[in-house]
Ligand binder design. Structure first.
Ligand code: NAP
Length: 322
């Protein structure tokens, strides 16, 4: 079978990582790097001995590229995915799949008649501990409430992508990788209500402190809440997670999920380790019938929660999702 010819868009951290993975995985040939950056773009292309393309649009139009690997900033993902679907490219997209609700809707519509694959970079489909959590949660009744809380001492002046609003959007969108697991287990969300407060937020995205809370109601019932607070008085970052179901709770402790019921607590044994990488999974998606459609639907639903949270903050109202 012929190798899948790959073009990467972007030349930042994830583009570098993806260039490495795709060039080292059997079944792919890395053909080109498309990037707007006149230094890092050509450098990355040179490092892999492939062509440099200054405009991503011309990469998408080419017939000698089978798959796009979208590794640029969040704002650009939706338009690149839509252009790739139009030109029948297979697409591997860093999360989130889009930065705007109307783009998500268009992607959903185009996928209905798409003959190519769209996979986002969420790792849960290949995570043994997530799969074990999903199986266990289905044996413990209905969801009542789930929460995720992250506290960090970091302030906006620090350079991490996490605190880079122009790159990542508001934390609720960047944290789409914490929303995905719950949406994967409990299904699509009906409504979202969110609040965000930044202390001393400046035009360049720096701030002294922020708090951001997102509450979602699932279509099948039950609530979830994600809280993030940055720049708070705490020694080091902390995370707390719990899923409360009608027949007990699932509690995250020391990197391990446990069940907690009136009988006591028990560690959930992970399922067999999954050794496949996402890049290998994408190749299987392309060559065989796989479940990429349901994974992609979850990533669209998860991104919708982050985007609806942003809308809810801006409009100061609860947002219904279709
Ligand atoms: N899968 C994961 O584990 C993971 C981890 C971290 C991040 N991510 C996601 O990966 C993506 C890239 O993150 P990163 O950490 O690689 O960021 P990064 O190092 O800042 O790189 C961003 C890249 O996007 C380019 N870019 C920025 N604005 C653009 C625009 N308007 N049009 C075209 N290209 C543009 C940048 O070009 P310039 O150099 O010219 O600005 C740069 O090449 C983000 O969506 C992020 O959410 C995924």
């Amino acid at each position: 079978m012929d190798n899948i010819r790959v073009g990467i868009i972007g030349s930042g951290g994830m583009a570098k990582r993806n260039a490495q993975s795709f060039s080292q995985t059997e079944g792919y040939t890395l053909k080109a790097i498309a990037a707007r950056n006149p230094e890092t773009g050509p450098n990355l292309a040179k490092a892999h001995n492939v062509e440099f393309v200054p405009q991503w649009q011309s990469l998408v139009e080419r017939d000698d590229i089978d798959a796009l690997v979208i590794s640029s900033n969040n704002e650009s993902h939706g338009q690149m995915v839509l252009a790739g679907l139009d030109t029948k490219k297979h697409i591997f997209c860093e999360y989130p799949v889009a930065r705007h609700l109307d783009e998500l809707q268009q992607i959903k519509e185009k996928l209905q008649s798409s003959s190519t694959v769209l996979r986002t970079s969420h790792n849960e489909p290949l995570s043994a501990s997530h799969q074990a959590l999903k199986t266990q949660s289905k044996q413990m009744g209905n969801l009542l409430s789930a929460f995720f809380t992250r506290l960090t001492p970091g302030r906006g002046a620090r350079p991490e992508a996490l605190f880079n609003l122009p790159l990542s959007g508001p934390p609720s969108l960047f944290f789409v990788y914490h929303i995905y697991p719950l949406v994967d287990i409990f299904g699509p969300v009906a409504w979202v209500s969110a609040g965000a407060e930044y202390e001393d937020l400046q035009d360049n995205g720096q701030y002294h402190r922020f708090v951001n809370t997102v509450i979602a109601g699932f279509k099948k019932g039950g609530l979830a809440q994600w809280n993030w607070a940055g720049g708070v008085e705490i020694l080091e970052a902390e995370e707390h997670r719990r899923i409360i179901l009608t027949q007990g709770s699932l509690v995250h402790n020391d990197d391990t999920w446990q069940t907690s019921t009136s009988q006591g607590t028990q560690i959930i044994p992970p399922t067999d380790p999954i050794t496949k990488s996402l890049v290998e999974q994408f190749l299987e998606d392309i060559h065989q019938e796989t479940s990429w459609q349901s994974d992609t639907q979850v990533s669209i639903n998860a991104a919708a929660v982050g985007l609806a949270a942003e809308k809810s903050v801006n409009e100061k109202s609860r947002v219904q999702l279709s």
